[in-house]
Design a binder for this molecule. Structure first.
Ligand code: FE
Ligand code: FE
Length: 272
């Protein structure tokens, strides 16, 4: 398993990497505490009704610039994750989480270049996330860009705990803005949502690598967060190691996952 692990998330391999590096540089420069507060106000308006499957299809047009392992439309990455979870005989809700975990990227439909939420500018949409309002850790990908973040020159934000209370716990932190928090909030706001807490945690924190894999932010965590981490690491193997060139038939995917989506998200349209 170790050799397999080394082949993914390799950020040191030339070509594709230049674009990934550039993405992370812009993300680090622009994702400040104030920016995140502004995006939450601006995008969490729940005023765009769209069926789950329409949102799913919309992702077909978006390729994630931050991912060095994948040059496929997002929809195929989602199908691969879900099918890997299904093949392992894991619960139906977790299969569904695999299928929808990146659906928040449909935010690009409301997005624009200036916010980093468009097809062309994705630094407010995708990529490994971090806590805003506290010091950036060296466990972040491309830590050499940390100093470019304007908040790191502000003593209100550049300490270990920053604007937070020590031990306040994961759910009380503000993370860099992107598809994770967006989908989490949209589904939290959705009346028909019956996904178990573990599923919601997988959605919200799956890109939070400096915490779940890097082990940073200890001073901000509380003991219960360790359970979150176990859920995320369990999920992460399917997000990461399912990546392949296999193409799934979207009709077949919708046929199998349709009833599961109905069971956990209800019949009502989702307000994005
Ligand atoms: Fe993601
Ligand atoms: Fe993913």
């Amino acid at each position: 398993m170790d050799t397999v692990k080394k082949e993914f998330r390799n950020y040191d391999q030339s070509d594709a990497t230049a674009a990934v590096r550039h993405h992370y540089k812009k993300m680090r420069q622009n994702q400040t505490y104030d920016y995140v507060m502004e995006m939450k106000k601006k995008y969490l308006t729940y005023d765009m009704p769209m069926d789950l499957w329409d949102a799913f299809i919309k992702l077909n047009d978006l390729i994630d610039v931050s991912d060095p392992d994948l040059n496929l439309p997002n929809i195929q990455h989602l199908a691969q994750s879900a099918e890997a979870i299904r093949q392992d005989g894991r619960p139906d809700w977790m299969q569904l989480v695999g299928l929808i975990h990146d659906l928040g990227k449909m935010m690009y439909l409301k997005g624009n270049d200036a916010d980093g939420t468009s097809q062309a500018e994705q630094w407010g949409l995708v990529g490994d996330i971090f806590v805003v309002g506290a010091a950036l850790p060296d466990t972040l990908v491309y830590p050499e860009f940390n100093a470019l973040n304007p908040d790191m020159a502000n003593e209100k934000y550049n300490t270990d705990t920053g604007v937070y209370e020590a031990g306040c716990g994961l759910d009380n932190l503000h993370l860099a803005w992107g598809h994770d928090e967006y989908l989490y909030q949209v589904l939290s706001h959705h009346k028909g949502n019956r996904l178990p807490k573990a599923g919601m945690v997988m959605i919200r924190y799956h890109s939070f690598y400096p915490w779940h894999t890097g082990g940073s932010y200890r001073s901000l965590l509380k003991p219960e967060d360790e359970e979150y981490r176990e859920w995320i690491l369990d999920f992460n193997q399917y997000d990461l190691y399912s990546k392949s060139d296999k193409i799934y038939d979207v009709e077949e995917i919708m046929e199998y996952y349709g009833p599961i989506a109905k069971k956990y998200l209800g019949d009502e349209v989702i307000n994005w």
